[in-house]
Design a protein around this ligand. Sequence first.
Ligand SMILES: N[C@@H](CCC(=O)N[C@@H](CS)C(=O)NCC(=O)O)C(=O)O
Length: 200
Amino acid sequence: MKLYYSPLACSLADHIALREAGFAFDLERVDLKTHRTETGRDFREVSAKAYVPVLVLDGGEMITENVAVLDWIAGAAPALSVEGELGRTRVLEALTFITTEIHHAFKPMWHGGSVGETARAGVKVAALFDLLASSLKGDYLFSDRPSVADCYLFVMLLWAERFMVATPEPLKALRDRMLARPTVRASMAYEGLLPGDVAA
Ligand SMILES: N[C@@H](CCC(=O)N[C@@H](CS)C(=O)NCC(=O)O)C(=O)O
């Protein structure tokens, strides 16, 4: 399978989750400004949506939308989901909160919002983080092991660091635990996000 990604984009969540799952996969970098992939292909020919993540399965089926991609990974690697009757529902609940509330709130930071819009967005993201911080059920969102939702939350926490958004201590600790995981370091190194690392 192949993941189309862009460094530090939300596709980093899928990149980490695929490594956590132990799957074999290829990566193709996308320049979101020029729409060119690293092989010179026009990314709009791959997906008319022209945004990452895009996961192309071995049989050729394509999955877009981060919630759908992460849900597929969790279905194929149950260790990245939550057990029990409501397990998948809880993961989807968290993924939906992260994508529709937190990720969406970052838009002014990434898309040239005014100083005022950016400041208001920071306050909003901090309040959303507070909601999550009070509901951790262990070292991670649901237990002492990470789920696909932790992979997505981790990317939001990296963005928070980049845009100096106030982050509650429990989520800083979660971020640091994720940062210590070999899969996370390998993903970040590959995307050229660790100081001193060369993208491979
Ligand atoms: N609805 C999509 C949105 C994904 C999205 O916002 N991707 C960003 C990167 S984090 C992107 O590729 N944006 C395209 C662009 O900036 O041109 C999803 O949830 O997967």
